[in-house]
Design a protein around this ligand. Structure first.
Ligand code: MLT
Ligand code: ZN
Length: 458
């Protein structure tokens, strides 16, 4: 190990190889506090060349690595299991000038989503992905997990924004595709292969991204509804009538109560509704009237409040965006992230509480998410020691509804054992062959996405 530490110091400089337990600690536990492990050291490269040097040194020593961005992941993919070299990418913070003609920009993997958004907006453009952890989540992590967030409805997930990337493969080879060609049929699309690969095939170091028009006018509606069926009815009317619709988010009465208690927020309506939907429209001119007309047209609407000024919009978004933080303040939940075909969503939401209560009596399920994609975040508090039982029961119910066990957070370490509920044995075997082809020694993010114990990985 001493030789490897020396080799890493030679690549990144002594100050950026953290060996002391105190210095490593912030990197070793994930945001949820559920996943934690000791790294042999934390190494902080500042360029693609340094990342390649780090990977070559680790490969020569046979040392496993775990890759970390802003450490906002929710499935344990970015923290060590034990003894890996933790490669932190937060120093890769280059923001190249925005290419206005192409509406593209190249940025380092360690740039936060918020810094990217500000950079694009300063050049009169915008970035299509947005999510609540924008101030910490980094571009490399967003690519590695194919992050979704609140604007998938309008702009698609992270995959859709990619015009190319640069990455270091597990043997230290650099592959670079940053010209931003929108048409390029010259073989396998390595950019898309690495997107969503959760750091198991390569380390993304730079990314070429498509940007979207910066739309100056924005309005948000918070709508009280009877149930998920009513939310789907509203969604359908909104999609038909509002070309400017950019977000449609759902949450329920128990989540709203938790958020209000945590953040000291007032009740949004005089009456309590079982379900709430946040709609956001973004346009060149104020979309408020179009939203009001749409709400008036939809019989499912129980009550609604609309805001177009920045403070009013933030006040309405807070009811949805504070969910993760409020849940985390109440305990360490089982955090699941599932999607089902839209028509199945109402029955899934109805069946979840009973399914969970059967394996963890007294548990508190809090559901919220991205209604247009049938994507519900199933957070379950007070499960005692039934983490695995709750996970198993929920994911089997989702599979019975023809859904996905990971809609946007990834498989990570948390859901490896259940991958077979969403992917066939043939698909998993093909993934394994790709992994073994690029990383035959299994050194990159071992135990993430695919199990260590089969094949050669790990
Ligand atoms: C969200 O949509 O707020 C995120 O995916 C975070 C979460 O599930 O906690
Ligand atoms: Zn989400």
């Amino acid at each position: 190990m001493a030789d490897l530490i020396e080799a890493l110091r030679a690549v990144v400089g002594e100050a950026h190889v953290l060996v002391d337990a105190d210095l490593r600690a912030p990197y070793e536990t994930d945001w949820t506090r559920r996943f934690t492990g000791q790294a042999s050291c934390v190494v902080r490269p500042a360029s693609t060349e340094e990342v390649a040097g780090v990977v070559r040194a680790c490969a020569a020593a046979g040392a496993p690595m775990v890759v970390q961005g802003g450490n906002t992941g929710l499935v344990g993919a970015g923290v060590p299991r034990g003894d890996e070299v933790l490669v932190s990418l937060t120093r890769l913070r280059d923001l190249e000038p925005v290419d206005r003609m192409a509406a593209q920009v190249t940025v380092g993997a360690g740039v936060t989503l918020e810094a990217l958004q500000n950079h694009a907006r300063a050049a009169g453009l915008d970035f299509g992905v947005d999510l609540a952890s924008r101030s910490s989540a980094t571009v490399g992590g967003l690519v590695a997990t194919n992050a979704g967030g609140i604007r998938v409805l309008r702009y698609g997930s992270m995959r859709t924004q990619l015009a190319g990337l640069e990455a270091v493969l597990p043997d230290g080879t650099v592959v670079s595709r940053l010209t931003g060609l929108t048409k390029d049929n010259t073989g396998y699309d390595l950019t898309q292969l690495l997107a969503g690969s959760e750091g198991t095939l390569g380390i993304v170091t730079r990314v070429r991204l498509h940007l979207v028009p910066l739309l100056p006018a924005r309005a948000v509606a918070l709508v009280g509804l009877a149930d998920t069926d009513a939310a789907l009815e509203l969604l359908s009317v909104a999609r038909d009538r509002l070309a400017s619709l950019s977000a449609a988010e759902i949450f329920y009465a128990d989540g709203l109560r938790l958020v209000r208690d945590h953040a000291g927020l007032p009740a949004p309506f005089a009456e309590e509704f079982p379900a709430c939907v946040v709609l956001e429209c973004t346009d060149r001119t104020d979309p408020t009237d179009a939203i009001l007309d749409t709400l008036a047209e939809c019989e499912a609407v129980g009550d609604a409040t609309v805001a177009s000024d920045a403070a009013g919009r933030a006040r309405l978004w807070a009811f949805r965006e504070t969910h993760t933080e409020a849940i985390s303040a109440a305990g360490i939940p089982v955090k699941l992230d599932v999607s089902v075909p839209l028509g199945e969503l109402p029955s899934l939401v109805r069946e979840l509480p009973g399914t969970i209560a059967a394996v963890a009596p007294g548990a508190r399920p809090i559901l919220f998410g991205h209604v247009n994609e049938g994507n519900i975040h199933v957070n379950v508090l007070d499960v005692g020691d039934a983490y695995s039982e709750v996970t198993d029961a929920v994911l089997r119910l989702v599979a019975a509804h023809r859904g996905s066990i990971s809609s946007e957070h990834g498989i990570g370490r948390a859901k490896v054992a259940w991958l077979g509920l969403s992917r066939s044995p043939e698909e998993v075997a093909a993934m394994r062959r790709i992994k073994d082809g690029l990383d035959p020694a299994g050194l990159l993010n071992p135990g993430v996405l695919l199990p260590c114990e089969t094949g050669s990985s790990g």
